[in-house]
Design a protein around this ligand. Sequence first.
Ligand SMILES: [Zn+2]
Length: 270
Amino acid sequence: MRTRKIEPNTYMLTDALVHVNRFLLIGGERALLLDTGYGEESMTRRLRRLTGLPLVVANTHLHPDHSDGNKLFDEVFVGEADLPCRGMPSNEMARSVAAHFKTNTKVPRRIVDKVLNYGLIDTGTEKYSPMPDVFELGGRTIETLPCPGHTPGSTLFLDSAARCVFAGDAINPGFWAFTSPGLTLSGYAELWLDLAARLDGYERIWISHHRHPLPIEWIGAFAAALKAAVPERSKPLDIVGGLPETVHIFKYDDEKFGVIRIFAYPSQMR
Ligand SMILES: [Zn+2]
């Protein structure tokens, strides 16, 4: 696991296998851990080396690469629509893809099961609580904002003092919309354009699957990519089966920020 100091009193912890980031925000009295990754035992040791303060744990959203380590903690805050008691749709999706591979392909079953194991959220005895509006860490306040899209309960975390946002997978140069089939891309673009106004004065967005933050102006390019997506100009991603529709990739080339890829069902491209 790689640890990097990215902002004042803020660390990014990245695992060696899938390179998913978790963030540790340290205040005067408490520290906030955003996401728990796959929950390697080494993570808790690493956290203890970085801070001796009581830990508060929250998920940017409930997907296994962000939340499988929740079981190492007593309580986890999750956006209300992603609470496990709401049914964990990402588990249903993973099981359905696995069933497709077992029935319709020659991929050995034990390989499918092994991969499926990584695709399932496996909760333990931890308690899940709905996301509060703010986390007071002692001299450091982190605000939360709902950002339903990648999952219905996806949440943004705002650090106004550092002028940065922690967004999980809610905004991404390779954005997955198909994980939330009810989402329309134009609706999501509008949500982000509203958020851009709310995020006036912020400079950076830290995301889960990249080493570097996105500049805040990137939101405009992302919204343009979402609005430009149409089924006719997207390509089917045939390797994933067992889902309600074939996932398509739409590639958008932004003059300033380069290629943005949107992974969505054709029915979402409106
Ligand atoms: Zn995700």
